[in-house]
Design a protein around this ligand. Sequence first.
Ligand code: ATP
Ligand code: MG
Length: 410
Amino acid sequence: MITAQKGTKDILADEIAKWHFVENAMREVFEKANYKEIRTPIFEATELFARGVGDSTDIVNKEMYTFDQKGRSLTLRPENTAGVVRAYIEHGMHRISPPVKLYYKGPMFRYERPQAGRQRQFHQVGVEVFGVDAPSCDAEVISTAIAFLNKIGLNDLELEINSLGCEKCRANFREKLKEAVKPMLEKFCDDCKMRYEKNPLRMLDCKSPECQSYLATEAVQNAINSDFICEDCQEHFEKLKGYLDALGIKYNVNRLLVRGLDYYNRTVFEIKSNSLGSQNAVCGGGRYDSLVTTLGGQPTAAVGWAMGMERLMALIPDVNASSLDAYIVCQDLNESLKLAKYLRNNGLKTEFDMQGKNFSKGFEKALKSGARFAVILGEDEIKAGKVTIKNLTSKEQVTVNKEDILTQII
Ligand code: ATP
Ligand code: MG
């Protein structure tokens, strides 16, 4: 037997109503906030992610599905910001008057150790807003995330925010952090030693408890909590906090929050749920003002986030699929097919007995189907141009003219 690959999952009929519920809520919330959907390809040039996500990240170093096609290196997208930015540049979206507000949803691929809340093929929904460097845009994007989460019934979540500052602030912070870490660098894991050289801020994001314990020492904490943020960046952050307060959105400032991707500057944020166990992040995002130029475009401010859809599914109760309105029991399949077409065209969810051999078997199927009504067309009814409609809950039954069938059911 050939089975689904490790870390991948079929989404079956009994779960799909929940996915549709989330996807419908998503469309409604995003459309109302004037975002437009974008759909980009699932594979891209490997270089896009190496440059866009950053070659000191776990994603690029360990998690990409990369393959070679006629000497061209291609990668299944591990995230979608790089792809959306590529499309933004390729289609000259800088010519559209800002903001350019986009959203996406779809499968992403990361070679990770599968566990609860962590798959190799998983789904993300995300938004990206281009062209506005004002902190009101950071607030807008965070507010969209919260509105969507609330819409699907998730209210008990924690928002953490932080500011990484601009390139100057970060250079300042990098030096302070390196200095504080240097005396104990030997003790850190190999990944952190590499990060120390390439991108020391990412050490704060290390999942190893030992590394976290070294980061908790006084010298490192002093560096983390020092004033490395310049005045402009501080003002940006204060304004963002003010907008969140005005919106009634609660948050905690977490100075350790740096996010796993290289491209963020100024605002970074994460939304967590305490009911998810160890994979507790549902949403991660931030501002990435330099990514568009890194990928060859005009300088363009940008901010966005991505959410893991499987983690959302784990948090919301099951959604029942809508039940059938009508089940047609009839031995003349021409009549069944015609009537099914008519009822469906008039908005009724309809099924019919495709065997049509035996009346009592057909009626049994109607009962099992969970339909509200059985629509019965026996020989006599066909001759008289009538149908019998049986309410399968109350068991009441009436015979009406064919023209009256809709009024009877609706
Ligand atoms: P984590 O720290 O959990 O690995 P991340 O920082 O790698 O998350 P992002 O790249 O920011 O995650 O992706 C945004 C969201 O996508 C995460 O908050 C999470 O909900 C979801 N996500 C990331 N990786 C996976 C995965 N392998 N399986 C399922 N969901 C995932
Ligand atoms: Mg990860």
